[in-house]
Ligand binder design. Structure first.
Ligand code: FAD
Length: 276
């Protein structure tokens, strides 16, 4: 098997059943020897304790765990406390984000953008953490232009980010164009493609609409045509995403980061396809 650097993203489970499922998923995905498992952080800190629990469990099992941390509506004291807790458990990597305000919440907190959080983490903890930030090959939905989005991405890099993970994309050219724009802007950190396997079309279409990741027309029409035939949809999705990963690897990407939705089966099939 080719040795590809990989990382896997989970969300913090809510129930005992979800916790048990995540343990099984992790065990299966650990066979690919990922660089780290990351755990998302709910909008406005809503999953703070569950994210911590999942991260500490992963770390206790002997794997590298990277909590996501978002700053929208957070105070400096809250972030400081979280950083101390992670340092005490020898967590060495953070996925650092602004996050989105949950609907109905108006408190903005002490930070407006992710670059301010990166800056604060560096001030508080020096080089302790490897800091990952988010990147958007198809442009963040709030951005008014490609240029301003790149400029804002650079602010996170200049504040001390070590590497970036992208929003998922199905237009591979958008990723390559993004790398080119970054190069022109003297941004030289590794930009790792985030890979979203196709699990469920309705869910994917809804999420893609919100986060600005385009499902190309040809792909959307093919996926829609499967209707309720989930098995065929997933088989087709595995082929499409395997091909995307093969092209990315052929282009020399530093690593692949999989959005797993806490499921191991589809991700494992894709990795097995590209490592055969
Ligand atoms: P920022 O980098 O702050 O950018 C947000 C917007 O503001 C962009 O349009 C940017 O161009 C603009 N901007 C940035 N800085 C400035 C500035 N200084 N001045 C003016 N404009 C600026 N969300 C969660 O809630 N929890 C998670 O765990 C989570 N994990 C994620 C993991 C990955 C890999 C990715 C790609 C996204 C994740 N998200 C998560 C979603 C993310 O929080 C949203 O996309 C959010 O809208 C933007 O976060 P950001 O860190 O990219 O923000």
């Amino acid at each position: 098997m080719k040795n590809i650097p990989l990382s896997f993203e989970f969300f913090p489970p809510k129930t005992e059943e979800g916790i048990a499922n995540l343990r099984r998923t992790r065990k299966q995905l650990a066979t690919f020897q990922p660089e780290f498992f990351s755990v998302t952080f709910g909008a406005g800190g809503s999953t703070r304790d569950r994210t911590m629990d999942a991260v500490f469990e992963i770390q206790n099992e002997g794997y590298a765990a990277a909590p996501h941390i978002s700053c929208i509506s957070a105070t400096k004291d809250e972030v400081r406390e979280l950083l101390k807790a992670y340092q005490a458990k020898e967590i060495k990597r953070l996925v650092t984000l602004r996050g989105d305000l949950p609907s109905g919440v108006v408190s903005v907190g002490d930070f407006k953008y992710a670059n301010e959080l990166v800056d604060f983490i560096r001030q508080e903890t020096g080089d302790w953490f490897h800091i990952e930030v988010a990147a958007y090959p198809e442009v963040h939905p709030e951005s008014t232009s490609v240029a301003s989005d790149i400029n804002n991405f650079k602010k996170k890099v200049d504040a001390g980010a070590n590497s970036a993970i992208t929003q998922y994309f199905y237009n591979i050219d958008a990723y390559f164009q993004f790398l080119e724009s970054c190069q022109k802007a003297n941004i030289s950190l590794p930009i790792i493609p985030g890979v979203m396997p196709i699990y469920n079309y309705t869910q994917l279409a809804r999420f893609s609409g919100m986060c600005g990741a385009e499902i190309p027309r040809w792909l959307r029409l093919r996926l829609e045509a499967y209707g309720d035939d989930m098995a065929s949809l997933r088989d087709f999705g595995v082929d499409v995403i395997s091909e995307l990963c093969e092209k990315l690897l052929a282009a020399g990407v530093p690593s692949l980061h999989f959005y797993t939705l806490n499921q191991a089966g589809i991700v494992s099939k894709i990795i097995n396809n590209v490592t055969d």
